[in-house]
Structures are given as C-alpha cells and as structure tokens.
Design a binder for this molecule. Structure first.
Ligand code: NAD
Length: 336
C-alpha cells in the first residue's frame, strides 16, 4: 500500500510515521508537512534513511502540488493529521485554523476523489462534541457542538469528510480521539509544558480552578487505533478513540511534580481560557467491540514513561523553548 501521511512532522503524525514505517516494511509512506512552528523533522531522524519513507515539504491547501505528489508516488490512501492544533492559538487567530483544517481537508478530499484513491482517513478529535457535565460519555452519535475555533474547524472538516462519503460514495473514516500525551509533544501542550517548566523550576500555569477534566491516551495507543481503522474500518464510519483515563488538570500537574520531586509551590493559577470546555470523556465501545482495539498503556505506566522521555531528551525541548515559541508563551501568560 502507498500511503500519504499529512502532518507527519508534528507530534502524533511523527509517532505514527515511525510506528507504521517499522511495522509495514512492504508499504511505502510519503510524509507531507508544511513545517509550521509545530512541525519538526528532528522527530523523524529514526526513519529518514528507511527505504519505504519519503518526506516532501508542502501545504495541504496547495491542490496542484498535492495532486502532483499523489501521482508521482502512486498514492492509494491519504491519512490526514495536518492541522493547526492548539486551542489557545485558535482563540487569537481563528483564520489560520479554518484555512489549514477546513480548506486543507477539502483540498485533500478533492484530490482523493479526482484521482479515485482507495481510502481517506481523517484524524479528528473528541473536542468536536463540545463539553460534558459530570456524567456521561461522548459516543459516535453525540451531536457535534464544538465550542472553540479549533474544535469548530475540526468539526467543519469532519462534516466535509462525511459529505464526500454521502455525496460521492468515497471510502472514508473519521477517528475522534481524546487528549494524547507521549514523546515528541510540542511543549505548549499541558503535559510537556508542565514537565519542562518543572524541570526548569519555572511556574506551572494552571487555567481557572484546575478542575477541567480531560480523557488521556498515550500516543502509541492512538497510532494503533488509526492503523486498525485504516485496515478494518467500515466505509463512512466514525470511530471514537479513548482509554477511560479521565483526569483533571490539577491531578496531572501534581502527578508530574511528585514524580520529579518538585514542590507544589510551582503551581500558579492563571485566568481561565475563554470558553474552556469543562469535561471530555470518550466511550470507545465501537472501536473495542467492532474492531477489537485495546490500548496497551494505563495512564500510570504511560505518564511514567513519558516523564522519563522528557528527562532523557532535554535538548529536544530546550531547543524548541529557546526559539520563537517563547515570544508566544510570554504573550499567552503575560499578566495572567
Ligand atoms: P501538531 O500541531 O503537533 O502537528 C500538526 C502538524 O501539521 C505539524 O507538523 C504542522 O507543520 C503540520 N501542518 C499544519 N498546517 C499544515 C498545512 N497547511 N499543510 C501541511 N502540514 C501542515 O498536532 P498533533 O497534536 O500531532 O495533532 C495531529 C492531528 O491529530 C490534528 O489533526 C489534531 O486535530 C488531531 N488530534 C490531536 C490530539 C492531541 O491531543 N494532540 C487529539 C485528538 C486529535
């Protein structure tokens, strides 16, 4: 199988590329990424020499370029990870999210349709469902009620994917996963931000009362779910991905501090994120019963391994934190 993976230099995409390139030596993988602030080719150094792996810098919104690449590499399947992915950035600049997430998805769908590809997989998020109260779970039937510019751009993309199935009969799947954590995550996201700040003895900024609940999944378990959906997913179906690991933000921060032997005095409560969703929790029953998916990590084993990875790869995140990122970070938390 010849597979186009978009956004493969980002956090989940690079973990997925590495997972697939070693698992399927007879498949061929083309990674297309625009290398925005979130894309980092250093994430892929383990696979850059592999015979079944190629990288091209390109924008998924550039239809002529994507069409040319799909033809040149005889692509049969597209898996779309490419996106603007950070909720806080979407609040200050929604336009960039509509462009990459909605227009980019539509371009990829058009290319897949016009060149009659076998399959299209959209990597989406549980955030499209909006927020939950204290009880209940998101199922695939939960209405889309996205609340942030990020999640609404992802919901818009999901609806386009659905429309291309309904209208043109395209073979598509959508995966909607809970919050991921693990190696190679950009240190603007909660877990790597807290680990790296704690290691630098910097304040740990916690939004609001710290009680917002997220459902956490190790990135490798997300990769195995996408692999399964790619091979076994039924055309037109949505699959929720999650491992029943609900934690509130303050629990996560305290776990990290405890594990690193750092003081809770580093915790600094900051003004809440605008429109901050209170609770996400995934019901993954469809994926576990219909496709037989099972996560490998518990949160306890996954977080331990992840903290160790950030301890062992200090240079990786220090380089990122010393660049343009700091300007964004200082603006984000200035005066809060
Ligand atoms: P990320 O921000 O780390 O990576 C996104 C990648 O997309 C980057 O490498 C970036 O350079 C690339 N990109 C952005 N715009 C592009 C464009 N126009 N053309 C080509 N490449 C472009 O994001 P991530 O956390 O790895 O998320 C990957 C996907 O998974 C996203 O679609 C996201 O919505 C989804 N998702 C993420 C999570 C999570 O917890 N991180 C959970 C569920 C779903």
């Amino acid at each position: 199988m010849n597979i186009l993976i978009t956004g493969g230099a980002g956090f989940i995409g690079s973990n997925f590329v590495k997972y697939m390139v070693s698992k399927y030596p007879t498949y061929s993988f083309l990674n297309v990424d625009l290398l925005t602030y979130a894309g980092n080719l250093e994430n892929l150094k383990d696979v850059e020499e592999a015979k079944n792996y190629h990288f091209v810098k390109a924008d998924i919104c550039d239809k002529a370029h994507i069409t040319e690449l799909v033809q040149q590499y005889n692509i049969e399947v597209i898996i779309n990870f490419a996106a603007e992915s950070h909720v806080d950035r979407s609040i200050t600049n929604p336009g960039a999210f509509v462009q990459a997430n909605v227009v980019g998805t539509q371009v990829l769908l058009d290319v897949a349709r016009e060149l009659d590809l076998q399959k299209y997989v959209q990597v989406s998020t549980d955030e499209v469902y909006g927020t939950l109260g204290a009880e209940g779970y998101f199922t695939e039937e939960t209405p889309l009620q996205a609340n942030s510019p990020y999640s609404s751009s992802k919901a818009g993309a999901d609806l386009l994917v659905r429309a291309y199935h309904e209208t043109y009969g395209m073979n598509v799947n959508i995966t909607r996963c809970s919050n991921n954590y693990g190696p190679l995550q950009f240190p603007e996201k909660l877990i790597p931000l807290m680990i790296s700040n704690a290691l630098e003895e910097k304040p740990l900024p916690v939004y609001g009362d710290g009680e917002n609940v997220r459902d956490w999944l190790h990135v490798e378990d997300h990769c195995s779910a996408i692999d399964l959906v790619l091979h076994e997913g039924k055309s037109g179906e949505v699959y929720n991905v999650g491992g029943h690991n609900e934690k509130n933000n303050i629990e996560i921060v305290e776990t990290i501090l405890e594990s690193l032997g750092k003081s809770k005095d580093l915790i600094t409560y900051v003004e809440d994120r605008l429109g901050h969703d209170r609770r996400y929790a995934i019901d993954p029953k469809k994926l576990t019963t219909e496709l037989g998916w099972k996560p490998k990590y518990t949160f306890e084993t996954g977080i331990k391994e992840t903290i160790q990875w950030y301890l062992d790869n200090r240079q990786w995140w220090e380089r990122i934190k010393s660049g343009d990122y700091m300007e964004y970070y200082n603006n984000q938390y200035a005066g809060k």
